[in-house]
Design a protein around this ligand. Structure first.
Ligand SMILES: Nc1nc2c(c(=O)[nH]1)N[C@@H](CN(C=O)c1ccc(C(=O)N[C@@H](CCC(=O)O)C(=O)O)cc1)CN2
Length: 295
């Protein structure tokens, strides 16, 4: 890897190791339950990896795989049963759900103390109010990568592009929690490139391949690319490849540090999910959080 690359795979592997050490130190074995509905191939890969890493870090994995035509009520019942199971510490419902299911209703059913994705209204409220709680995984991964690169983030100007509930908004709040000065930019922001050029930390999270160009980036800035976009590439056997929201070839020479896609924020998402599962297990069971899991 070249000098300014932020190696998300390596940081994620280290975090998974910290989780494994933490799990060994606990008197109980945390359990993560995964609910997967339907046949989305990417979701199947993500869930397979979540289960694999859950087991590799010494935790129990519970799987609920439901067919694509499962009714919304049946998915809600599945979540309720997991809420009621005292052995289950964390519940995650893999997104996206099939079109006929209202994701908001399903997520709202998750017990906030088991909400290891940090997506319920209670988790969002706890984050907004600065109360302890489970934080969303991809945004937490962004903070860990930024701190790994820059150390203390106090006073840094962080520009988040995107205002989604899954990434943009919680990312902004988490960087605010780190004492950053935060700007949330989006598709209607005027002079977007100029706003971005003011960033010490730039976090595009919009899902638009190669949108951020070299002249959007302040020289030496830390760029954390949340976009994972599959584009056509006839030169590849598969006919496609993954790119971020940042035009990496243009941006890399300008940035002080930059995440690649793949191999940047993506692997952190699952590592942070495992960390959240330990945090949930400790909070539910009144145990102290083991050393090594603080951000
Ligand atoms: N319930 C949730 N659903 C979804 C989430 C989530 O956090 N919770 N995020 C995404 C999918 N996702 C995890 O679920 C996820 C996405 C990407 C990666 C990752 O490691 N990507 C690799 C590339 C993988 C590839 O080759 O396709 C990378 O960026 O290096 C992990 C997890 C939507 N749904």
């Amino acid at each position: 890897m070249s000098g300014n690359l932020i190696d998300g795979k390596q940081v994620a592997a280290r975090l998974r190791n910290d989780v494994a050490v933490a799990v060994k130190s606990l008197a109980v074995t945390p359990t993560l339950a995964v609910v997967l509905v339907g046949d989305d191939p990417a979701s199947h890969v993500y869930v397979r990896n979540k289960i694999k890493f859950t087991r590799e870090t010494g935790m129990n994995s519970v799987e609920q795989r439901l067919p694509a035509d499962t009714s919304e009520d049946a998915v809600v019942e599945t979540v309720r049963a997991l809420n009621a199971d005292p052995d289950v510490d964390g519940i995650l419902v893999q997104l996206p759900l099939p079109d006929h299911i209202n994701s908001n209703r399903v997520i709202a059913e998750i017990d906030p103390d088991k909400d290891v994705d940090g997506l319920t209204e209670v988790s969002a409220g706890r984050l907004l109010l600065g109360k302890s709680g489970l934080r969303p995984c991809t945004p937490t991964g962004c903070v860990i990568l930024a701190k790994e690169t820059l150390g203390d983030l106090t006073g840094k100007h962080c520009v988040v592009i995107g205002r989604s509930i899954l990434v943009g908004k919680p990312t902004a709040l988490l960087f605010l929690e780190q004492n950053c000065t935060v700007t949330i930019a989006h598709s209607r922001t005027e002079n977007l490139s100029i706003v971005c050029r003011g960033a010490d930390i730039l976090i595009p999270a919009v899902g638009r391949p190669n949108m951020v160009k070299a002249d959007w980036i302040k020289a030496g800035a830390c760029v954390i690319d949340v976009g994972i976009n599959r584009i056509e590439d006839a030169s590849r056997k598969s006919g496609t490849r993954l790119v971020g929201d940042v035009d990496f070839a243009e941006a890399e020479p300008v940035a002080g540090a930059i995440t690649p896609v793949p191999g940047g924020v993506g692997p952190m998402t699952i590592a942070c999910l495992l960390r959240n599962t330990v945090l949930a297990a400790c909070a539910r069971r009144g145990l102290a959080v083991p050393d090594g899991l603080a951000i």
